[in-house]
Ligand binder design. Structure first.
Ligand code: CU
Length: 93
């Protein structure tokens, strides 16, 4: 019997950009992204993921967890509050 992973978790460092800036998640497995802003560089004090109605402030040095709905396969962009720095979430089977 194949091993079943029942959660997935990715940490994204925010330091003037997003590292990594593309995150691949397995469809159907509950997912959490943690945005950890470690630098004051740039204007990344808020992250938005419009497809999931996420608009979260990122206090410096205070990691923020965001739950991602992986029910449906697809691609979703995220960005800073001013839509200047970008990243992408890929939900794939
Ligand atoms: Cu910005």
């Amino acid at each position: 019997m194949a091993k079943v992973e029942n959660t997935q978790h990715v940490e994204i460092m925010v330091d003037g950009g997003y590292h990594p800036n593309t995150v691949t998640l397995k469809q159907g497995v509950p997912a959490t992204l943690t945005f950890n802003r470690i630098s004051d560089a740039g204007c990344l004090d808020q992250v938005q993921i419009p497809d999931f109605n996420v608009f979260t402030d990122l206090p410096l040095g205070d990691p923020q967890a965001v739950t991602i709905d992986t029910t449906t396969a697809g691609e979703h962009t995220f960005s800073c509050g001013m839509n200047m720095a970008h990243g992408k979430i890929v939900v794939a089977p």
